[in-house]
Design a binder for this molecule. Structure first.
Ligand SMILES: Nc1ncnc2c1ncn2[C@@H]1O[C@H](COP(=O)(O)OP(=O)(O)O)[C@@H](O)[C@H]1O
Ligand SMILES: [Mg+2]
Length: 235
């Protein structure tokens, strides 16, 4: 059906289809961290991230967040709308971890007074730096768009926090990407998975996300499978 590789990313292959407004995202088992300096791969990662992203996009759509998701085509492939991506990554945090703990001198695990929204420039060569709205204005992202991105990040947070809470998982933080469709609507895009979220078991604090890979904690395959099981009720 006229599949053509448009882009080979770190976690996915993005393919064009016969329809210029529709893409396929094929999720890979490979993982990278620290700007690509660390590499690895494990069985079931592509399936988990694709299946979990599909479930999250469906749930968010039901709760009023417009997304690029069309359907899950097979174990590792999602069909989505093709968007003009914004060069920005929106991070929302509920608990201090990773770079925020370092930036503010907080111990990891310190709850934040209220959700913290951060904007990063999506640019591998620059190492995805933290930027502010003046930088983004300079790069041509207007204030209205930025405000809408922050609002979408907070809405996703308000929607997913209780979803994971009910499944015994604390949503510590997450990253989203946003794009514009041909009509100019801003839609949630890319993926929502243990690669892009920090998930901590509510009881034990056990890490159920990519930090297991970043920090060589072991059990990464099992952790991803456990998150998928809690989200979809399957293994
Ligand atoms: N709906 C969409 N339309 C166009 N591009 C998208 C869409 N959703 C995600 N993308 C882009 O596709 C790529 C997905 O592949 P990924 O492996 O995550 O890449 P990267 O290594 O750049 O993070 C990303 O560059 C992401 O911004
Ligand atoms: Mg990516």
């Amino acid at each position: 059906m006229g599949e053509r590789l448009l882009y080979e990313g770190k976690a996915k292959r993005v393919l064009a289809t016969g329809d210029p407004d529709v893409l396929l995202h094929r999720y890979k088992d490979e993982a990278t961290a620290f700007d690509g300096r660390k590499r690895g791969s494990w069985r079931g990662k592509g399936r988990t991230n694709a299946t979990m992203s599909a479930a999250m996009f469906r749930y968010l759509e039901e709760h009023g967040v417009p997304t690029h998701f069309i359907e899950q085509v097979d174990d590792t492939t999602l069909k989505t709308k093709r968007l003009e991506m914004l060069p920005v990554e929106v991070v929302v945090r509920n608990v201090a971890a990773g770079s925020l703990a370092k930036r503010l001198g907080y111990e990891e695990g310190t709850p934040l007074r209220q959700p913290v929204v951060e904007l990063y420039l999506k640019n591998d060569e620059l190492g995805d730096p933290l930027v502010n709205r003046y930088h983004l204005r300079e790069l041509g992202v207007d204030d209205g768009t930025l405000a809408a991105c922050e609002e979408m990040g907070l809405k996703v947070n308000d929607t997913l926090r209780p979803f994971f809470e009910e499944r015994g998982i604390t949503l510590v933080d997450f990253k989203i990407e946003i794009g514009r469709d041909t009509e100019g609507n801003l839609l949630l895009a890319d993926e929502i998975s243990p690669d892009t979220c920090r998930f901590w078991d509510r009881e034990t604090g056990e890490r159920l996300d990519k930090d297991r890979f970043r920090r060589d904690m072991g059990g990464v395959e099992e952790a991803y499978a456990e998150v998928l099981r809690r989200v979809t009720g399957e293994g």
